[in-house]
Design a protein around this ligand. Sequence first.
Ligand code: MN
Length: 501
Amino acid sequence: MTMKNKEIWFVTGSQHLYGQKTLNQVAEHSQAIVEAFNASGNIPVTVVCKPTGVGSPEIHQMCKEANLAEDCIGIITWMHTFSPAKMWIHGLQELNKPILHLHTQFNKEIPWDDIDMDFMNLNQSAHGDREFGHIMARMRMSRKVVVGHWQDAKTMAQIASWSRVATAWADSQEMLIIRFGDQMNNVAVTDGDKVEAERVFGYHVDYSPIAELVAFQDKVTNEQVAELVKVYEEEYDLADNCKEGGKDRGQVLNAAKVEIALRAFLEAKGAKAFTTNFDDLEGIDQLPGLACQRLMADGYGFGAEGDWKTAALCRQMWVMSHGMPDYKGCSFLEDYTLNFDGENSAILQAHMLEVSPLISEHKPKLEVHPLGIGGKNDPARLVFTSKTGSGVAATVVDMGSRFRMIINAVDCIESKKLPKLPVASALWIPQPNFEIGAAAWILAGGTHHTSFSYDLSVEDLCDFAEMANVEAVVIDDKTEINSFKKELKWNDLYYHLAKGL
Ligand code: MN
């Protein structure tokens, strides 16, 4: 996946009042800003300079073009001069791409000795951006506001983060999720309204009988299996029973067969995410553990036990963080078991099998062990402990009348070996601490499944929720239970009153 072929349109606002000379300067400045953004190497998408917006028809036309342009994943607006905002109403009413309002100024510092009326006719964003902000506030538009000088690294970093989120948003609009089997029977939190999910988040969820995967598996050749097992041998340390001649070697070959079939199936469908269910594996040798782990590492969203909402979020977070500098990884995870240890009380994060090796701190070990669930043969899986460091865990739950995204800042601490529990794991302390973090998550109705990333921030996830126009609740170092409970109640009222949001 590359983000460079995605475009963010840079649209500067002005008007005819100041004359053509000023408008020419406005256009030159906009061009210079866009060139600086693209030359910085910090912004993963291509920023495209559009003609200055100087009247309602032109602005309306530009917004319609943005909607239709497949590569355009969002627009940045900036009011270099005063641009009377009634001119923007028709365009903004129609715009269906994410919008970032950049409050900057071409000139950095006030030239105290030389400042004159010509300067003031040009450098007006201090008031121009407020006029523009008003109309979007009045129209109740979701948007990101970034304040800072355009040459400042911090400003560019914020634009870069937002453009990553917008890329994930665009990706979500064309995401197909395949479910093998249904939800795990009787489970509430992973279920939800798939029709509403498509309306709100854009992605589509399809069911596929496991028999369709079996048909792909039947076509896998021994040569393909041998080739993939070679890759396993290069990328992982194989346990003795998994090496050639080992007693469970056959299970590794079977795991490779499942992976090849699953990959081919998802490619044939054009799917970007999938779910499995350990109750629905007829014709498959083992619960796909290794296959899910490796597919997640390649960007496929995954949710266990039919959890399509988490599968979607895993894909979205993978896209957002793809190619980030000093990348540390993301994964599907589950709140597995608790460790009460005073100030260091923490939650072990793992799953039966399916954790992405992207978050591993060392070369994963490929192992085969029995699994006391699903009634299939012993599955292959990658075993490792995660990197340490801060990250963000998130989930989306269906509250019946709306979706709620719950976002928790967490700190991964050093885990310990689990000699008798051969799973991949992380160990984290939710912010602000174990007690408040876990209590807030439970009060908000959060899943036991999460999508986790070391590289993304709470703000990135909030920006995503903003693009989807869904409720977002944050649990971080400032969370306090009484206010959090009130926030949940107020949100109920807000979303009840604001029908259509
Ligand atoms: Mn689970």
